[in-house]
Write a protein that binds this ligand. Structure first.
Ligand code: PLP
Length: 476
């Protein structure tokens, strides 16, 4: 016999290749909803792909209903947007990989309004003449920070690049060695300087830089003195930095502008909300001529970078050709404007600005929420994991206040059964849910910090789709 030995008797109809139904028959009985959603062409292609996989697999042939279900699942997966909402329960409130700040609904609605209709983006409604897009937010930024003028660009990295290029191209930029940092996502201060066409003039040492170090470095080749917030990096111990007021006075005396890259840059005093202090933009502008900060870190709006400060310097920044390349879309202005407006009503800010609301949640309230949710979560994870509540520590994230942490509470999911990799598999299944749930693995458990859990109903809904242990099934 040259025939391979069949795994089942040849007369078993289930394993016979002759039993694979025709494409025409399968498409002819397609669920109308699938044809409506995906169209006949895509549906037919999906059926062909499933049949090809069955032939290639060589196993038993599923029945027609199972083949169509597999085609539906493939189509649903292919049509799911790549970028979609998740539950960030990592404990890092401003998580760069998970989209940083969450917009208040009012801001999202403002974005939608200018997206589906024409807008006065660069049009002066009073005169009918051409307008300037930064006009939509500049006055508000100035009012909230004390700046004389401001421009908005794509992100804070762009803001730094633009300031360097506009104020110090082919000149020296004086920076303390303790501030030559890398801020994650490959933003390195020395590299940005080179790209901006500036020459870096390092002063001081890693741990100590004095006013006289700056004084000695300033000269005819100097274009700018730059301070950089060390963000996710802290220097402790035997350290010294030049007194900011004295440094500003020195720069003014020598006629050199002083820029301060704040990174996060808060518009309000976080200490007043019981949070660790972070320099406010207003305070920074009292000892610098120009500042740069992110729109989607502590400010709590969208991705953008804001340059604010002295009018003459901002005018040079605005005139720089790079501004055109780094400018932002109308969506950004709409969202930024809506968020900045919330700051005009400080009494309501904490309730209305998601970033501040989440950061200021009290540990006891978070723990009570976790305790209240635990039974419903346990029910959805029955057979998969046990659920307990434990203290944990949240982080602000995005480089703000790296050594400061916030007491919080987590749902601790401990997978049942034996064998390694159970936590990893549970975390993986949580990531495959209709709305993925992202936590942290530590001490043989998946931990979900509920500080950032506001949509409880949506969370319980998505958990209900979790497959039982050992089941390879994935929800589409
Ligand atoms: C985060 C940060 C940046 C980069 O800001 P993006 O908005 O992420 O581009 C630059 N400088 C400092 C000090 C930062 O903390």
């Amino acid at each position: 016999m040259t025939e391979p030995v069949p795994t089942r008797p040849a007369d078993d109809p289930d394993s016979s290749p002759r039993r694979i139904p025709s494409v025409e028959r399968l498409v002819g009985a397609a669920p109308p909803a699938d044809l409506e959603a995906y169209g006949r062409t895509a549906y037919t292609d999906a059926i062909r792909a499933v049949l090809a996989a069955i032939r290639a697999g060589g196993g038993p042939v599923p029945d027609a209903a199972a083949i169509r279900a597999e085609a539906s699942a493939r189509l649903a997966a292919a049509h799911r947007p790549s970028l979609r909402p998740v539950f960030n329960l990592t404990g890092t409130v401003l998580h760069t990989n998970l989209g940083r700040a969450l917009l208040p609904r009012s801001a999202a609605e403002a974005v939608a309004a200018v997206m589906v209709q024409a807008s006065n983006l660069e049009f002066d409604l009073a005169t009918g003449a051409r307008g300037e897009r930064d006009d939509h937010v500049e006055a508000l930024i100035c009012r909230l920070t004390g700046a004389e003028a401001a421009v908005v660009v794509n992100n804070n990295a762009a803001a730094v690049l633009l300031v360097l290029n506009a104020l110090a191209m082919r000149k020296e930029v004086v920076v303390s060695r303790g501030e030559l940092v890398e801020i994650g996502g490959s933003f390195r201060v020395p590299d940005v300087m080179v790209r901006a066409g500036c020459r870096l003039r390092e002063v001081g040492t890693t741990n100590r830089t004095h006013l006289r170090d700056y004084a000695e470095a300033l000269g005819p080749r100097t274009g700018l003195v730059m301070k950089v917030h060390p963000s996710n990096y802290a220097i402790a111990g035997f350290t010294a930095a030049a007194d900011p007021v004295a440094l500003h006075a020195l720069c003014r005396e020598r006629g050199v502008p002083l820029a301060d890259d704040l990174g996060s840059g808060s518009l309000v005093d976080l200490a007043a909300y019981g949070l660790p202090p972070e320099p406010t933009v207003r305070a920074a502008l009292e000892r610098a001529d120009i500042v740069t900060f992110s729109g989607d870190k502590l400010l709590g709006a969208v991705q953008c970078g804001i340059v604010a400060g002295r009018k003459d310097l901002i005018a040079r920044v605005r005139k720089n050709p790079l501004k055109r390349a780094l400018r932002v879309d109308k969506m950004t202005y709409a969202a930024l404007d809506a968020v900045l407006r919330l700051y005009l009503h400080p009494e309501r800010l904490r309730a209305e600005l998601p970033t501040l609301r989440l950061l200021t949640r009290a540990r006891d309230a978070i723990a009570a929420q976790a305790e209240r949710l635990a039974p419903a979560v346990a029910e959805r994870l029955a057979g998969r994991a046990t659920v307990a509540v434990a203290d944990c520590i949240s982080q602000i994230g995005s480089g703000a206040l790296p050594v400061e942490t916030l007491p919080s509470a987590a749902l601790v999911l401990t997978p049942g059964g034996r064998g390694g990799g159970r936590c990893r598999r549970l975390a993986e299944d949580l990531r495959q849910l209709p709305v993925p749930v992202i936590g942290r693995i530590s001490d043989e458990a998946v931990r979900l910090d509920v500080r950032t859990l506001e949509d409880e109903a949506g969370f319980l809904d998505t958990l209900a789709a979790l497959p039982p242990a050992g089941n390879g099934l994935r929800t589409p």
